[in-house]
Design a protein around this ligand. Structure first.
Ligand code: TXA
Ligand code: MG
Length: 321
């Protein structure tokens, strides 16, 4: 299959037409690129798992074209806590895990009684959904276990030849995947750290510890993994102390000069801004990974706000495979 890359109105029209015909397309969101298919069509969902090589126990996020769909897909559309979260954070990088209605195919939820829903703020994504008029299931547009794509070229590397179209919206503004939470009686369970921070969520309701693994079935320890082994350091001084064997690249937070023992260095944020770091993280990891080094050494981000989401992705990249 030839994979076309289009942008603008032409891309939006073609993406909506392909989705309406049961095909898959890659779409830009504000977080990362998604691999989208008709959320109400089990055959499209099956294709998503196949194209991504994703195990069927890892459920998909459903992206809504409009708020009316919340009540069609879930039984929580009148819950005051849910309404408050939506008022504050939608459209945007927050995914809500809510009790589902039977209309959602079992394949999409991996048989769980809940469905993950989100509403993207990306103008091209919204344009496609409003043309289509129905929700799409869209996990990140990478092969299972690999780094999420934050540019159309990354999607081509991951899924080229497997899908007919990539809608090019340029680099993703945020760069790490949405925050995933499950609202429940006593507060919010944080299932995946992300751009909507724990501090922001705690203003709405108390944060509860995440429950058993079944609640966050996709949150395997090893994820977002480059081919090159990654070592996450406890602090920046450890990066200066590193000595071989082998060749290493440094994924630095904000330092100015490359320590001589590294053959390459990517700096996430010269200005020490976690938002800038998040937007550069996955592309920087991909560039270091492409250099075929023996090791990627990563400095830790500050442990607050968006830094928590970045730390989470680096921990997963560094986890034993
Ligand atoms: O920013 C994002 O969320 C991107 C863009 C494309 O929207 N999507 C994304 O999807 O990161 P994905 O499939 O790579 O990650 C979604 C995670 C899954 O790994 C799973 O753990 C969780 O959301 N999830 C989905 N449905 C769930 C459910 N019913 N219960 C608990 N967790 C669920
Ligand atoms: Mg993913």
């Amino acid at each position: 299959m030839k994979t076309e890359i289009l942008d603008g109105d032409e891309g939006v029209e073609k993406a909506a037409a392909l989705l309406g015909a049961g095909a898959l397309v890659a779409l830009p969101t504000e977080t990362v690129y998604g691999l989208a298919g008709d959320a109400l069509d089990p055959a499209a969902a099956a294709q998503i798992f196949e194209v991504k090589e994703r195990p069927a126990f890892d459920p998909l996020i459903v992206h809504l074209p409009s708020l009316e769909w919340l009540d069609r897909l879930t039984t929580a559309a009148n819950d005051p806590l849910v309404l408050e979260l939506i008022r504050r954070f939608w459209p945007g990088p927050l995914t809500l895990v809510l009790p589902r209605r039977p209309i959602v195919p079992d394949l999409v939820t991996s048989g769980l009684p809940s469905v993950a829903v989100r509403m993207s703020a990306h103008p091209l994504f919204r344009a496609v959904l409003s043309r289509l008029g129905s929700p799409v299931a869209a996990p990140s547009a990478n092969r299972f276990g690999r780094i999420s794509p934050t540019a159309a070229s990354h999607v081509l590397e991951e899924l080229g030849g497997r899908i007919p179209l990539i809608l090019d919206g340029g680099p993703c503004a945020i760069g790490v995947e949405s925050t995933v939470i499950a609202p429940c009686k006593g507060g919010l369970r944080l299932l995946r750290a992300g751009p909507v921070t724990a501090e922001e969520l705690a203003e709405v309701a108390p944060l509860l510890a995440a429950g058993p693994a079944i609640e966050a079935p996709g949150q395997l320890a090893s994820h977002y993994a480059p081919g090159t082994p990654v070592r996450l350091l406890a602090n920046a001084a450890e990066a200066d102390a590193w000595t071989g064997p082998g060749t290493a690249g440094l994924l630095a937070w904000s330092r100015a000069e490359r320590p001589p023992q590294y053959s390459a260095m990517e700096v996430l944020t010269p200005g020490n801004d976690p938002r800038e770091a998040a937007s550069r993280l996955f592309a920087a990891l991909r560039r270091l990974d492409a250099m075929r080094l023996d090791l990627i050494v990563a400095e830790p981000p500050p442990c607050a706000g968006l830094g928590i989401a970045i730390l989470d992705r680096l921990q997963k990249a560094a986890a034993p495979r």
